[in-house]
Structures are given as C-alpha cells and as structure tokens.
Design a protein around this ligand. Sequence first.
Ligand code: PAF
Length: 282
Amino acid sequence: MKVVATIAAVRAARPELGRLGLVPTMGFLHAGHLALAAQARAECEAVAVSIFVNPSQFGPNEDLARYPRDMEHDLALLEAGGVDLVFVPAVNEMYPAGFTTWVDVEQLSAPLEGAHRPGHFRGVATVVCKLLNIMMPERVYFGAKDAQQTVVVRRMVSDLALPSEVVVVPTVRETDGLALSSRNIYLDPAQRQAAGILYRALTAGRQAWLAGECNAQALRQLMVAMITAEPLAQIDYVSLAEPETLVELDAVADRALASLAVRFGTTRLIDNLIWERRAAAW
Ligand code: PAF
C-alpha cells in the first residue's frame, strides 16, 4: 500500500493502477468506510482512499478542531482491507494560498443539512470535485448515510460531465440500528443508548406508511413524537422528501427519503431510510 501526500505523487502513481475505485473519507475509519473499500475492491482493479478532514465543509461553530483523527489506525485498517493507494494531503495541498474556485450545487444544497449547515455542501462538492480531478477514478464510493451528499455529488458529476461513476453503498448499522459514524465516539453511554431512537423512528414511520398512512405531515409527526419522547434527543429536522429532488412531500405514494438530524448534547447525528413499497411476494 502506497501512502502519498501530494497531488504530484498521486499523478505519478496513477498510471499503474488501472480501473480505480476511490473512497473519499475524513478518516477515523469504521466498518462503514471499510464496506465502501470492500465494494471498490470487488468492482475495480485498484482501490484508493483519501483521508482529508476538509475544513471548508465545517461551519465556524462546528467540530473541525475536535473532529476525531487516528491516522495510524486508519492506515492499518486500509492495509488489511487490500487498499492500494492512500492520499493524505495537508490542508495547503488542497487549498493553496490564493485558492478561490468553488463548486456550488444550487437548489439541492439548500434544504435539510444545507439549511442547518450553510456552506457545507459547497465545501463537500468542491473537495470531491478536486479529488476526482486528482485521482481520476472510474468509480467513486459514498455511504448512503449521507443521503443529501450522494444527491448533491451525483448532480455535480452529471452537470460537470466528470468521468467517474458514483456508487452508493448501504449504511452499516450497530445491532440497535444506530448508523456507524465517526461522530458516535462523542456520545456518552446514556446518549449512545438514547441514539437508537433515530433508527426506531425511521422504521416506525415506514411501518405506519406501509400500514396505510400516506399523509406526510402525519408521518413526520409520528417520528417527531417518538424522538421528542427521548429526553436526551433534540431535533434539528425530520423530513419526508422526494429522493432525487429533496422536495418535501405532502403525501407519500411509492417512494420517499425519510431523513433526520438530531442532537445529543453537542453531538449532531444524521440518519435516513428510503421508504419503498416491496413487490408482492407471489
Ligand atoms: O462523507 C465524508 O466523509 C465527506 O463529506 C467527504 C465525502 C469525504 C468529503 O470531504
């Protein structure tokens, strides 16, 4: 496994890698990231992972300074996962003095996470665009947990005709349903236990819909009531939106993206579930 820190070193290593799968990460890797790398391993000739805590996607009052980091452990996991190339740029490699070009995926960046984290998706889109230009992967892998991120990145790749295919990999969950996230490390034991409410609310909402409730406001309210009953949880939003446009629904017909952001103390967690009607079994 080659570990490089400069764009020039990636460009020098790139020709011998063949059909490449890229997994962009911010490090502090967990089984969710490893599932992305495993799928890339299965589908591509070579696998690259980038580890870069991207300052431009954090707001001024967010957790950039305390975002968890453990490079040694990350590299050991990636080595064991059969990764070929790891790109670990410093901030001034990605944002040199005078940097002034930004990618803004309008509309799709505005609601949900974008409404609570102004500028977040401008930072994500810009760094992902730059990573794709540096690494030129045939495929790039993202976790379904960051649902809006996948929608924004897909749109950017399509609008800018970037020659990489976006692949979205299902969320990896703990046994109580909590989605794996590097930020779960911030939770104290009581908050960790309380955080199971996110997945329970998403699945209870889906059950109510499958049982016949189609009114989106009633379904949102059902999820809000469940989460509000958990004293350690504070809701940022609970959304039921059209999965491709992210427009809020009045009624849920065949498909919806149920997504939410909830705070436990100073830790903010997001999760989502695509609700779909399954075909009849016969
Ligand atoms: O999902 C993440 O970890 C980040 O948003 C990403 C895609 C690596 C861009 O910094």
